[in-house]
Design a protein around this ligand. Structure first.
Ligand SMILES: Nc1ncnc2c1ncn2[C@@H]1O[C@H](COP(=O)(O)OP(=O)(O)O)[C@@H](O)[C@H]1O
Ligand SMILES: [Mg+2]
Length: 337
């Protein structure tokens, strides 16, 4: 659906040249929810704005639904852009217009006849759950409701792609969840491809199928969300994951351990604890659990356990080999003393 090839965006200011996006190549499939994470200044917004040509890429290629947007100008570009909706952190509703008028505005701009506009706005309001707010002004709405209006407006012209720039960053956790659920529903029921940028890894964990991690304008890691959570390659990926699933153990606790400390990761199985207790028994070891959790990444479990192992050194090694054969991943965090 979206093919980005060697795309760069260079900003030239009076006395500086900044590479907002540095040679990014990404392929986003039709029907997926794709997350892009990174800290502030990583280049996420610049990349997203290049996708609908709010920013013109400095170099590289970009096609959306088979059309090379960079080759279009004027009316042709305006029409192509109707197929790409966008929402933002700060909603950008028109404060002097009612909810109805805010959404209708997008349809008027696309020259839709008034009768059709009323019907369309009503069905959009129903979809985002705001039929009863039709005639109120944005100032009378909560943050979550404002974002729902912005979503309805972004969907007004039946786009194929929805771009979300930190769409939940101004919202509390409960409202964030409800907006993410709405995005998921839009993705599934309307078959709209969603590209979502965020600095919050929990947002990605909640609804994205695949993801990219950006740093200094570049994509440094990319792939299925589950794969990145279960086997992160870069330090930055590990850092983002730790913001959702932290396995930090206080130093005083580590110091009080005498055996090796290991981290065992089970993919796609809730039965991880069973394997661990079987193994401990079989090799006559004691396990002292220091941390443990089963995370669900879109309903697929990922079990991670950190423990100190006590027993015969040889038996510990055999046990670790045995666990690995059971399709788990073992990482020795600290060797025994
Ligand atoms: N219009 C602009 N003019 C100059 N520099 C910009 C402009 N927009 C973004 N940048 C710079 O590009 C880099 C990436 O910014 P941005 O895409 O906003 O990152 P993010 O969305 O990840 O926070 C930053 O160094 C930022 O200062
Ligand atoms: Mg940004």
């Amino acid at each position: 659906m979206i093919e980005i090839q060697n795309l760069s965006k260079i900003y030239k200011t009076k006395n500086d040249v900044v590479k907002g996006v540095d040679n990014v190549t990404l392929s986003i499939q039709k029907g997926e929810i794709y997350g892009i994470v990174g800290y502030s200044g990583a280049g996420k917004s610049s990349l997203l704005r290049c996708i609908n040509l709010l920013e013109r890429p400095s170099t590289g290629h970009l096609t959306v639904d088979g059309t090379d947007l960079t080759s279009l100008r004027g009316e042709a570009l305006r029409l192509a852009r109707l197929k790409i909706g966008m929402i933002f952190q700060h909603f950008y509703l028109i404060s002097q217009k009612t909810v109805f008028e805010n959404i209708a505005f997008a349809l008027k701009a696309a020259k839709i006849p008034p009768k059709e506009i009323t019907k369309r706005v009503e069905s959009l309001l129903e979809m985002v759950g705001l039929s009863d707010k039709r005639n109120v002004y944005p100032s009378q709405l909560s943050g979550g409701q404002k974002q729902r209006v912005a979503i309805a407006r972004a969907l007004a012209n039946n786009p194929k792609v929805l771009l979300c720039d930190e769409a939940t960053s101004a919202l509390d956790p409960t409202t964030t969840k409800s907006i993410l659920n709405l995005l998921k529903k839009i993705n599934e029921e309307l078959d709209i491809t969603i590209v979502l940028i965020t600095h919050e890894m929990n947002v990605v964990k909640e609804i994205c199928h695949r993801m990219a991690i950006m740093q200094d304008g570049r994509v440094i890691e990319e792939g299925a969300v589950y794969k990145i959570f279960s086997n992160p390659k870069t330090e930055l990926a590990k850092e983002f994951i730790a913001s959702v699933v932290s396995f930090e153990i206080p130093e005083s606790i580590v110091n009080s351990c005498t055996g090796p400390i290991v981290k065992v990761t089970f993919r796609g199985k809730v039965a991880g604890e069973g394997v661990i207790s079987d193994t401990l028994q079989q090799f006559n070891l004691n396990g002292n659990f220091l941390h443990g959790s089963i995370e669900y990444i879109q309903e697929r479990p990922l079990g991670i356990f950190v423990m100190e192992l006590k027993g015969e050194k040889n038996e510990i090694q055999k046990a670790l080999d045995y666990i690995e054969q059971r399709d788990a991943q073992v990482e020795v965090l600290r060797d025994g003393i």
